[in-house]
Design a protein around this ligand. Structure first.
Ligand SMILES: Cc1ncc(COP(=O)(O)O)c(C=O)c1O
Length: 384
């Protein structure tokens, strides 16, 4: 059987990984500033993570949600403590799209309404409602199309106010990434997030903070929306939560109450997934990774801003993007093949950095030196 060919891939096979580095089958070492798409939060094969998962695997890996799984409660408590939102409730599932599906559905159960507000360039996943709320018609199949989702311009307060003043009583939820990832590293302004909070309160709509890419410490705060000093009603989480183990969830404010069977999943919250998520939070805490993401992120942003060839350097913590000018169009490719550095991208010409939250300054320096070398080489070619 052939694989269904949906990904353009790099011809690299990774056979070993440690911290912020990976190695291919020929023993070649690569610096990983992509983190397997923002997933590697505490570093590859962290010893505490490996040990906790191994121990759990030797006890019990899976049983369904029909029995007590004390690890789930342990995870909920730890997550409440590390995120600073102890009064919230946790529902566990398996992927980012599933987390957003559940968030949007729960909001609609809660207020009995149908309309969802999403924003230009938003990415919320590839399934049903999540893809309908994603601003990319190429990945929305005819069956996913719905009039229930409306797209408004990102960071445009008057447009949001106008929509609420005309249709506020129909709005079930507003979903927004604190920092747009796939859209190219664009930060929601603090005043825009505050405006969403105020309008949701005024009209009885649910504020959903998609924290799948920008959350879990990536921005230097647990949720990037925290920079605006507002609480969302629901936070969706995935990528960094399991450091590669598929685990996701939504954190739900206390005023939204559960009913049996309103949400559910077979695999969500299984023993192994909880062990992975707990190991991640334990390492985030003991190694102070929010602080590290913030300081190494500031360091990287500061030095990238000093390189005049790179345009619009932006981001928060270790979620960083910049525009690559046409003269350096091969920069990302050269970083990978010549300098052995993985980076992420956003179309058409943005380099995205989404490394482990444990990235060290000397790893950042390796990247900055490689960029300087590439720019220097580019100048020589232009001058020649
Ligand atoms: C902001 C955001 N939301 C949702 C998703 C979907 O997550 P998943 O691929 O785990 O379904 C992604 C994935 O890139 C994302 O970046």
């Amino acid at each position: 059987m052939k694989l269904f060919d949906v990904y353009p891939i790099n011809e690299i096979t990774i056979t070993k990984a440690k911290g912020s580095y990976v190695w291919d089958e020929n023993g070649e070492q690569y610096l990983d500033l992509y983190g397997g798409h923002a997933v590697i939060s505490i570093g590859h094969t962290h010893p505490h993570y490996v040990q906790r998962l191994t121990e759990q695997l030797n006890k019990v890996a899976f049983y369904s949600n029909s029995i007590k799984i004390p690890l789930q409660q342990e995870l909920a408590e730890k997550l409440g403590k590390v995120s600073g939102k102890e009064e919230y409730q946790l529902f566990l599932c398996n992927s980012g799209a599933e987390a957003n599906e559940n968030a949007l559905k729960l909001a609609s159960f809660f207020n009995g309404r149908k309309k969802i507000i999403a924003f230009s360039k938003a990415f919320h996943g590839r399934t049903s409602l999540a893809v309908a709320a994603t601003d990319n018609p190429n990945i929305v199949a005819p069956v996913n199309q719905t009039d229930n989702v409306v797209f408004l311009p990102f960071n445009d307060e008057p447009a949001l106010e106008k929509y609420f003043s005309e249709h506020g009583k129909e709005v079930s939820s507003v979903i927004i990434e604190g920092i747009q990832g796939v859209g190219g590293i664009h930060m929601a302004s603090e005043s825009f997030l505050q405006k969403i909070r105020a309008l949701c309160d005024e009209y009885g709509a649910v504020f959903i903070a998609d924290s799948i890419q920008c959350g879990y410490g990536r921005s230097g705060k647990f949720f990037s929306h925290d920079y605006a000093n507002v609480n969302a009603d629901i936070y969706s989480m995935a990528k960094g939560m399991g450091n590669g183990f598929p685990v996701a969830g939504i954190m739900i404010a206390p005023h939204i109450q559960s009913k049996h069977f309103m949400l559910g999943t077979t695999f969500g919250g299984n023993h192994l997934a909880c062990a992975a998520a707990l190991a991640v939070l334990e390492v985030i805490e003991t190694e102070n990774l929010l602080q590290n993401a913030s300081s190494v992120g500031d360091y990287l942003i500061k030095h990238l801003k000093e390189i005049p060839e790179l345009q619009n350097v932006r981001g928060k913590g270790l979620m960083i993007g910049f525009d690559v000018p046409a003269e350096l169009k091969d920069l990302r490719k050269n970083l990978l093949w010549k300098h052995k550095i993985f980076t992420g991208e956003a179309k058409p010409s943005v380099i995205r950095l989404l490394p482990s939250l444990a990235l060290r300054k000397k790893d950042a320096d390796e990247f900055l030196e490689a960029i300087q070398e590439e720019i220097h080489a580019g100048r020589l070619t232009v001058d020649a």
